[in-house]
Write a protein that binds this ligand. Structure first.
Ligand SMILES: Cc1ncc(COP(=O)(O)O)c(C=O)c1O
Length: 362
């Protein structure tokens, strides 16, 4: 059997053919009609009023914060367990990332830990709906932030295709952010999107992405903005990927059910609860005590895996070694992502799970 890669992007001839057609038709390449079409598809799929696509899912978060008026000296609460882009996007605009611990069953921000991290300088909470899951007390978080005038920015980078109560993730915050980097359910190589129902915010976002200009080509600058524009070439890929999304969402759910069934009852393998009616998992995650031994064994059997993110507060980039977030530290030590590409065949999932079962039976 060929080596099973943990995650890979997936295209077919449609992306290629449309790019060739566009290039032969004299397209401007930079963002224009195809980008507007891609944005409209994301808005329609998620149910948001507005969407703006940007170069990646790190810039989207910084722009979301900037559009809410957050900057130097402000504090933004962020889970200690997330991709490093979440806190880095806060520090990029001169604000301070304040870490808080997560819940064990959802891997999302813990409401009590979040409240304990609030100070008079707290201007926003970055709610990361990690791996398509939501915090168990999300409704209370939303209410609390609204009452305190704290902006709720949703980092839904890993959640395209996942819903809660029929509402697409990314729509619970004032602004929701997605990423289209290569390991995501759809990809444009690099890319990101912001969604919101707030017309004033989307106007700010559109100014910021184009040097602060009200309109392209008019050199009058309303706010300080940057060049965070997308390209039509990437949007052509994105449009074709969006057309494949509904099928991929269903496949991800089926794959999740298969993994759950085939790994059930192995005492050494911890599964994290996932509502597979509404969640299209980004990656399939397990918790094991002997992670590096299992990783090496799976590799020797032709199966690629990836370790969870580390506890960010203690990484050299942040260096808050005096802090302690027990749940994050535990899951960062035990967490392993199994192969998660929609390209995986049922037989490959069977082989992965059989290999794990046999390893623990030894
Ligand atoms: C939770 C989370 N936030 C932000 C990002 C950053 O997105 P990008 O890689 O598109 O900058 C990622 C990327 O994986 C992510 O997983």
């Amino acid at each position: 059997m060929e080596f099973i890669i943990q995650m890979e992007p997936w295209f077919d001839e449609k992306e290629t053919n449309h790019i060739v057609e566009y290039m032969n038709g004299g397209g401007w390449v930079t963002e224009f009609k195809k980008t507007r079409e891609f944005e409209a598809m994301i808005a329609e799929y998620t149910g948001a009023k507005f969407c703006s696509v940007l170069p990646n899912g790190t810039i989207t978060l910084s722009v979301a914060l900037q559009a809410c008026g957050i900057g130097i000296g402000d504090e933004v609460i962020v889970p200690d367990y997330t991709m490093v882009a979440s806190p880095n996007s806060i520090e990029l605009i001169g604000a301070k990332a304040v870490f808080a611990d997560i819940e064990r069953d959802t891997l999302c921000l813990d409401f009590e830990c979040m409240k304990a991290a609030v100070t008079p300088r707290t201007k926003a909470v970055m709610l990361v709906t990690i791996n398509g899951r939501c915090p168990s007390r999300m409704a209370e978080m939303i209410e609390y932030c609204a009452a305190k005038g704290i902006h709720l920015i949703e980092d839904a980078a890993q959640s395209l295709g996942s819903f809660k109560g029929g509402v697409h993730l990314g729509r619970f915050g004032r602004i929701g952010s997605f990423s289209f980097s290569a390991p995501k359910i759809i990809t444009t190589g690099q890319g990101g999107a912001l969604i919101t129902d707030d017309e004033d915010l989307i106007k700010q976002i559109r100014y910021i992405r184009d040097f602060g200009r009200e309109r392209g080509g008019i050199d009058h600058y309303l706010v300080k903005g940057w060049n965070y524009k997308f390209t039509d070439l990437q949007s052509i890929v994105g449009i074709e990927q969006m057309r494949k999304l509904p099928w991929r969402v269903e496949r991800k759910k089926q794959m999740g059910k298969m993994y759950n069934e085939l790994l059930a009852g192995i005492p050494q393998v911890g599964l994290i609860p996932t509502d597979l009616e509404e969640t299209a998992p980004w990656f399939y995650d397990i918790l094991v005590e002997d992670r590096s031994a299992l990783l090496d064994h799976l590799k020797s059997k032709g199966i690629g895996t990836r370790e969870f993110y580390p506890a960010l507060h203690a990484e050299p980039a942040y260096g808050y070694n005096q802090l302690h977030f027990p749940i994050t530290e535990e899951i960062a030590r035990k967490g392993l992502w199994l192969p998660s590409s929609c390209k995986l065949a049922d037989a490959q999932i069977g082989y992965i799970c059989d290999t794990i079962r046999a390893y623990y039976r030894k």
